[in-house]
Ligand binder design. Structure first.
Ligand code: COA
Length: 180
């Protein structure tokens, strides 16, 4: 896979994100509205990109030349943010992109935002998302709110990763790979 990088959103990204709104499977899993027209999605994204919220940083995930997803850092507390990650359209799922996007988010959070802790939640029924958080070496810290996933009842599972434990995991992986 090409290297995946994160960068600020650009106005030109809007139509690409908006097009995911026509992908029914994507909308159902991601929790996007199903009743919005393409023009409605485009207007929504114009607004999201033009008027970012102070407590919600969203970055485009770019693979090669293509925008394949985005990462969210939500919150305004000192030292930690809540990580979110999305890959679109659904035809891209199941090929390791989601894991790479989330990993890039963790690296950005600790390396660029200098966070001490990254938190995340995944619905229990969203197996790929839970798997991603486990693969990042996150610690499960408890049960969050009830919600539904694809029309079935589910509940959020809460996870956390501290910079110290992420550094430790990286060092172990690096050592196993023969690094110093
Ligand atoms: C969740 C999401 C990011 C996953 O993206 P993806 O590109 O399919 O993820 P990956 O291909 O990297 O798969 C991640 C892991 O889940 C597993 N997986 C993927 N789809 C799966 C499925 N349908 N059932 C079971 N496991 C699955 C993969 O095997 C992989 O596990 P591994 O690392 O042990 O091999 C994507 O479905 C998405 O954008 N969903 C909408 C938004 C969302 O739910 N975000 C998460 C909450 S913020």
């Amino acid at each position: 896979m090409d290297e995946l990088r994160l960068r600020p959103l650009r106005p030109a990204d809007g139509p690409g994100f908006a097009a995911w709104g026509l992908d029914r499977r994507f909308c159902e899993v991601a929790g996007w509205r199903l009743d919005r027209s393409l023009a409605g999605h485009e207007a929504h994204w114009r607004w999201v990109i033009a008027e970012p919220k102070a407590d919600h940083l969203r970055l485009a995930a770019v693979l090669g030349e293509e925008v394949v997803g985005y990462v969210d850092f939500a919150g305004s507390e000192v030292g930690w943010r809540e990580l979110g990650y999305v890959v679109g359209p659904s035809a891209r799922w199941g090929r390791g992109v989601g894991g790479a996007v989330a990993r890039a988010g963790v690296e950005y959070g600790f390396g660029v935002l200098a966070l001490r802790e990254i938190r995340a939640e995944a619905l229990d029924a969203n197996v790929a998302s839970v798997r991603i958080l486990q693969s990042l070496g996150m610690t499960e810290t408890g049960r969050g709110e009830d919600d539904s996933f694809l029309g079935e009842p589910s509940f959020y599972r809460r996870f956390r990763l501290s910079k110290a434990s992420a550094d430790g995991t990286y060092a172990r992986v690096h050592k196993l790979a023969g690094g110093v």
